[in-house]
Design a protein around this ligand. Structure first.
Ligand SMILES: O=P(O)(O)OC[C@H]1O[C@@H](O)[C@H](O)[C@@H](O)[C@@H]1O
Length: 269
């Protein structure tokens, strides 16, 4: 992997190239973060008080332009999964622009914008980092859209992990049917489920890393839970499923209108 410093934007913010992908690096009192401009894709967030990154990122990620990055928070927009081509929409493989940055002593705010080929704004992502990290998506496109903030969380061991506060019913994309599932839920095999809008934050209890990741969804209609287990998946090594779980803040069944916002706030205790 080739890392190259391209520009020191401020003392806390710099622009690198990871192979072919431009990546912003934030090094600040509050913690460190990395965001690929392809996809306005948060790759890493390590608040000062944590030992481990909040997000999982594939150790074999090739960072190739136009290829979806495996890990972090891909933005799936304006459609989910195979509702169109490319899968999960074009936003995650498009270059976004850094349109604003505010770096304060206890808080950082970054805004990224996505434009059409005709230079019309389609969407914005607002990221704020302090003790927590909040990602807000704003839809500006005229037509209705789907969205998933497809977060890959970094775990000590999937087989010891417990997911709390999801409902006992979900749509299982593998069997294409509604299923009754336990809550709290442990994951021991390939899982690909769409849960209804939650009433409470989702909690990921990780006994190995001795932490709980709290995921507060705002204006979501669905939550997707995904781990491919042994299913061959691009840019993912054979054993990588052991250290990740996707919990995605999504608008799949209820489409986004123009001007609507969806957000996720993530904290670690
Ligand atoms: O390989 P991709 O396109 O990044 O998608 C990964 C997974 O993303 C999840 O959101 C979907 O529910 C899965 O069905 C899909 O396999």
């Amino acid at each position: 992997m080739e890392y190259k410093l391209v520009e020191q934007i401020t003392p806390a913010l710099s622009l690198y190239h990871y192979n072919e992908i431009p990546v912003l690096k934030l090094q600040h009192e509050i913690g460190s973060a990395e965001i690929a401009l392809q996809g306005a894709h948060l790759l890493s967030w390590k608040p000062r008080h944590t030992q481990q990154d909040v997000f999982w990122l594939s150790e074999i990620e090739p960072f190739s332009l136009g290829k979806a990055i495996r890990g972090g928070i891909p933005i799936c927009y304006p459609w989910f999964n195979n509702a169109g081509t490319p899968a999960h929409g074009f936003a995650r493989i498009s270059l976004w622009k850094l349109s604003e940055y505010i770096i304060e002593s206890d808080k950082v705010r970054l805004v990224f914008s996505l434009f059409s080929a005709q230079d019309i704004i389609l969407a914005q992502i607002i990221m704020t980092f302090d003790r927590e990290c909040e990602i807000t998506f704003v839809n500006f496109a005229e037509s209705q859209a789907q969205l998933a903030l497809h977060s890959y969380f970094n775990l000590g061991d999937i087989e010891q992990t417990i997911l709390h506060n999801l409902s006992e019913q979900c749509f299982d994309s593998l069997s294409q049917s509604e299923q009754i599932v336990p809550s709290p839920r442990s994951i021991g095999e390939h899982v690909d489920c769409i849960y209804p809008r939650p009433n409470q934050p989702t909690l990921i209890e990780d006994p190995l890393y001795k932490r709980i990741i709290k995921i507060e969804h705002s204006n979501a209609s669905d939550i997707v839970v995904w781990n491919p287990w042994h299913k061959a998946t691009s840019a993912m090594s054979e054993q990588a499923y052991r250290n990740m779980l996707c919990v995605e803040t999504a608008r799949i069944r209820q489409r986004l209108e123009r001007g609507e916002r969806v957000a996720v706030k993530i904290s670690v205790e």
